[in-house]
Design a protein around this ligand. Structure first.
Ligand SMILES: [Zn+2]
Length: 268
């Protein structure tokens, strides 16, 4: 009897651990539309205009009618931001820089860099924990300005989720979920989980930067992830091709809006 009881206890414990593990990896059953950075700054007349960005807005408005959960992200930078070429001596827009951070996410100083107004720390080799490569851009999407507002043309509803990213002056955030070093999270995953989302459809700007990194992180976090390609706009053809290839390799589906809108509403 004693043996049976402890065997039962062991089995129960093993089962709980196993179920617990599976449950923690599972997401909810709902679907969400993630609209990445459809802000004035990335549209005609904006600080970092991505050509043709305005043409995806009617498609996004049509798509959103099919979703119970819609989340918008905003690139939301302070006036001085590490991703601005103007803060890096001799750097041109779209040049690549290398940034290093310690374990607490402090930016390590680099004598070749001119980053007045951005806090840096002298790090020893041992202290460097994260090395991040990224492009630099024109000054763009400064928080709380008309330039960083979501496009007026987008249909918005009061229950929509809005998440800001890139607000830390020392580190950029292409992804809607994590910063570029992967050491800081936005609230997006928690908000989607609260609404029991398990599948995300990603659209917006730019396909080869923020859409790409957001989709990759969504997939990594356990969401079934789809990118609706004609509801995105990118910057460089070569990096867009690379992004699509990488996403496909990782199991992210690339669909057209026609195929999503054409499928029955009951399936969404
Ligand atoms: Zn930015």
């Amino acid at each position: 009897m004693k043996k049976n009881s402890s065997t039962t206890q062991f089995l129960f414990l093993a089962l709980s651990v196993s179920i617990g593990h599976v449950v923690s990896a599972l997401k909810g059953h709902k679907e969400a539309l993630l609209v990445i950075d459809v802000q004035n700054c990335f549209l005609p007349g904006g600080s970092l205009n991505v050509e043709g960005g305005e043409r995806i807005i009617p498609i996004i408005n049509q798509l959103r009618e099919r979703f119970e959960v819609v989340a918008f992200t905003r690139d939301w930078h302070p006036k001085h931001h590490i991703s601005f070429a103007s803060h890096h001596e001799g750097m041109k827009v779209f040049d690549e820089i290398t940034l290093q951070y310690d374990k607490d996410g402090n930016l390590c100083s680099d004598p070749s860099r001119k980053t007045s107004n951005i806090t840096e720390k002298d790090c020893s080799e041992d202290e460097i924990e994260h090395t991040v490569k990224q492009q630099v851009f024109v000054d763009h999407c400064i928080m709380d300005t008309p330039d960083s507002a979501l496009s007026q043309e987008l249909v918005k509803q009061k229950n929509d989720i809005v998440v800001n990213k890139g607000s830390n002056p020392e580190v950029d955030s292409y992804s809607a979920f994590f910063n570029n070093g992967g050491f800081e999270k936005t609230e997006l995953e928690a908000l989607l989980d609260e609404k029991q989302v398990g599948k995300v459809y990603v659209v917006g700007i730019a396909l080869d930067f923020c859409v790409f990194w957001s989709a990759k992180d969504a997939q990594k976090l356990g969401y079934e992830t789809i990118v609706i390609k004609d509801a995105t706009k990118g910057i460089f053809q070569e990096s867009m091709d690379h992004a699509v290839e990488e996403m496909t390799k990782q199991g992210i589906q690339i669909l057209t809006s026609e195929s999503v809108l054409g499928s029955g509403k009951e399936e969404l």
